[in-house]
Structure formats: structure tokens, C-alpha cells
Design a protein. Sequence first.
Lengths: 119, 112
Amino acid sequence: AQSVTQLGSHVSVSEGALVLLRCNYSSSVPPYLFWYVQYPNQGLQLLLKYTSAATLVKGINGFEAEFKKSETSFHLTKPSAHMSDAAEYFCAVTLRTNAGGTSYGKLTFGQGTILTVHP
Amino acid sequence: SQTIHQWPATLVQPVGSPLSLECTVEGTSNPNLYWYRQAAGRGLQLLFYSVGIGQISSEVPQNLSASRPQDRQFILSSKKLLLSDSGFYLCAWTTGFSNEQFFGPGTRLTVL
């Protein structure tokens, strides 16, 4: 079984400051990891994903995340926050399709982190 | 390109009334389909998933049911809504070879 923990349900930063959203996962087999963003009353949009290639993953809107197996982490960062980054962010994990058993592509999500960006 | 539709976008229903939410996917075939519920401050909860027509798996016991009458159609239903069914319902799809899920725009359900 897999699980995801997002540290901090709310993060507040100033415009132009570094954004760091934390995600730790638990998985019995090598996982795929994802970050999604959700704007109010909208569906989720994929920011980036880790699927066992490069451990530093670059995504849309200037975001990136680094897979650290030794720390079981997949933290999301952005060097300089914009007002438009204000949203809720979700980290998610799923099993690789060749990991044994059948995950049916099911994602396990963290509880989400609301990012506030103030001027 | 693939798109996913959900309707209605918003719905206000009285307690005890029936429910039918629809999700359709275009531009792909034989997708895995998922229904999630997002309650305030509680993240996303997987309710049902389907790997093919007529194949439904339930993740949590609840007042809801799901059906997949066609390859790219996924329906969430209830015979009698409860107050606790209020929330934001999201449909998602993925192919059998990709673990990335693509989400619809969601339906906001308020049960009064």
C-alpha cells in the first residue's frame, strides 16, 4: 500500500519569494509521483510527474520537484512566486504498472496544501 | 486530443432526492475511469474506478453507486441523497499504459 503526507495545509509566501511545498510518500515498491494544482472550483491540472527517469523533474509554470529516494520525498519548488500561483496543490503517488499486483492506475493523494501569495 | 466532460457543473438537491452525474471522455478508447469526491478540507477521496464497460470497483462503502454503460461514459448515482453527499465530484481518466490521470472540470453538489 502507498500513502502520501503533505506537510503544511497552508503555506504563505511573498510575491517573488521561493515556494517550497513538502511531500513525503510511503510505498512498498518504486512509485510514480505527481504534483497537481487546483484553482477554485476547477478540476486538477498536472504540474509534473516522476516516472523513474531524471530525479529532478521540471513542470509547467516554472515548478520543479526532486525525487529523493533516501528521504522518500518529492518536494515541489519554484524560485519566484507569482500571484497567479495561489491555488491548492496536491501530491499523489501510484504504483508502477510493472511493480507486481495491479494498481489499475489508482492515485493516492495527499491532503493538499493551499498556497497563498501576497504582494 | 483528448477531452473530458462533466455535467452538470453545479447542482443543488434536497435530501432524499436521486442523483445522476455524468462524465464522458473523448479522443481515447478503453480508458480507466475514476470518480473522486472532494469535501472541504479533506483532500480527494477515490469513490469508484472502472477498467472497462460494466466493470465497477468501489473503494469505500457509501450511499452512491457508479455505472459504465459505454466505453467512454461513467455515471455516478444515488437513489436517496444524504447531507453528507455534498461536495465537489471529479471524474478522471487514464490509459492502461500511463499512470497520469486527467481530470474533468468537476460538479459542485450541494444537498440541502
